[in-house]
Design a protein around this ligand. Structure first.
Ligand code: 5AD
Ligand code: SF4
Length: 436
């Protein structure tokens, strides 16, 4: 009799939400006695959680699927997530794929893997727009020992003209508040100090529930749970920053002084074509309003360069606007033409060469803004949640999301603690400090 436990290898492409979904599937397999091995080892089961936000996401997802089959041609290969949802036929044609699951019904993966024969191919992908309920799955947290990422919402109803996400994730659906609270309480018992709330379109949280609840109310409830020392919010759209939310960021010591507000472009002409629902003027007004209450607020953002029709003038407006906003961190995306989205058929698609140049310029500006932001803290005390201690140096993040290092005579026992340090040096990477 073979008593060796079965092995599982996973690969996750893309965002934090995908990471969470992978963890939920991993939880099922661990509970069933599987052992997790490295992706390049010979495993019995491979799971690839795919991304389709850009062409690069598609390409990397396909690469990982092929790699799984190469690593062990007699393994069962499961492909889940956004690319599987939008292109199940294409995924099904890749050699070795046994099970295709989209962005729902992830709870059935284990059962199906166990019952499928290696020669079989099954698809669970269905019309995602028909799915109206948040798929509640339990998650044991492995991702790290300091920050627990908790998904509370899935889907997006906004349909920005460049974005494939709504087709991959379906309508907005929210996790029941009691399940959110229970989950947070369990990770706090597990020793986590920081909770990161995540979703595909977090600002829509609660609107689909009956009775509806608000994002602000769930934030307040989580912040009230003893043991939650930090609460960080994922991406939030400008018009979703209400006075109540501002109040929480400004006055609740648990809520991080950090907002990720996607800008996408600093040109009003382009914003309109992107079908974004704000102007640069409105964006500025919101950031100024929050900064009036929280002067040291960290504002991070996503910007797309090379959207169809983006002129040099539009791009310069983006550069100028970004500089004016003083972002502490930029995520720069080169526009990627996504099949099925309106912008894919817009005229004046921008050549790759131009996208590359614009991306480099903007990334450079991002680095200089990061450095300026980090320098604001020189000589001041910041609080670092320690993630790692190595060679006498501790490393972690401040509540304003600044990567910080400082020398220490302590070891691993510092991990998970929040330590005050004085910032003595700052560069584009972060802060060097000393214990106070
Ligand atoms: N091309 C490039 N970037 C994109 N994003 C979404 N769709 C595209 C696309 N087609 C970026 C947006 C979003 C982030 C998660 O991905 O900036 O905020
Ligand atoms: Fe995509 Fe826009 Fe929805 Fe964000 S808000 S997921 S960019 S459609």
């Amino acid at each position: 009799m073979n008593i060796r436990s079965k092995t599982l290898a996973v690969a996750t492409l893309g965002c934090k939400v995908n990471q969470y979904d992978t963890d939920a599937v991993l939880t099922q397999f661990l509970e069933a006695g599987y052992t997790v091995v490295d992706f390049d080892e010979k495993a019995d089961v491979y799971i690839i959680n795919t991304c389709t936000v850009t062409n690069m996401g598609d390409r990397k997802s396909r690469q990982m699927i092929r790699r799984a089959y190469r690593n062990n041609p007699s393994a069962k290969v499961v492909v889940m997530g956004c690319l599987a949802q939008t292109s199940p036929e294409e995924v099904g044609e890749i050699e070795g794929v046994n099970l295709i699951v989209g962005t729902d019904q992830r709870g059935r993966i284990l059962e199906l893997v166990e019952s499928l024969e290696i020669t079989q191919r099954e698809s669970l992908v269905e019309d995602i727009f028909a799915v109206r309920d948040f798929e509640e799955l339990s998650v044991t947290d492995f991702a790290g020992r300091t920050r627990a990422v908790i998904k509370i919402q899935d889907g997006c109803n906004q349909f920005c003209s460049y974005c494939r996400v709504p087709y991959a994730r379906g309508r907005s659906r929210s996790r029941h508040p009691q399940n959110v609270i229970d989950h947070v309480e369990s990770v706090v018992r597990g020793g986590f100090k920081e909770i990161v709330l995540t979703g595909i379109h977090l600002g829509l949280y609660g609107r689909d529930l009956n009775p509806p609840v608000t994002l602000e109310s769930i934030i307040q409830q989580i912040a009230d749970i003893p043991g939650v020392l930090r609460l960080r919010l994922g991406s939030i759209e400008p018009h979703e920053i209400t006075d109540q939310l501002l109040e929480l960021v400004a006055n609740n010591p648990v809520v991080c002084e950090h907002l990720h507000i996607p800008l996408q472009s600093g040109s009003d002409r382009i914003l309109e074509r992107m079908r974004r629902s704000y102007t640069t003027g409105e964006y500025r007004e919101i950031v100024e309003k929050v900064r009036a209450e929280v002067p040291e607020l960290a504002v991070t953002t996503d910007i797309i360069v090379g959207f169809p029709g983006e002129t040099e003038q539009d791009f310069l407006e983006t550069m100028e606007f970004a500089e004016e906003m003083g972002f502490s961190r930029l995520h720069v995306f080169k526009y990627s033409k996504r099949e099925g989205t309106p912008a894919a058929s817009f005229p004046q698609q921008i050549p790759n060469k131009v996208k590359n140049i614009r991306s480099k310029r903007l990334i450079k500006l991002g680095h200089s803004m990061a450095q300026d932001y980090h320098r604001l803290f020189l000589g001041k005390t910041v609080y670092v949640l320690v993630e790692e201690v190595r060679d006498g140096m501790a490393e972690g993040l401040t509540n304003t999301y600044i990567r910080s290092v400082f020398p220490t005579s302590y070891g691993e026992e510092l991990v998970g603690q929040i330590i005050p340090i004085r910032a003595i040096k700052a560069d584009k990477q972060g802060i060097l400090g000393e214990c106070v």
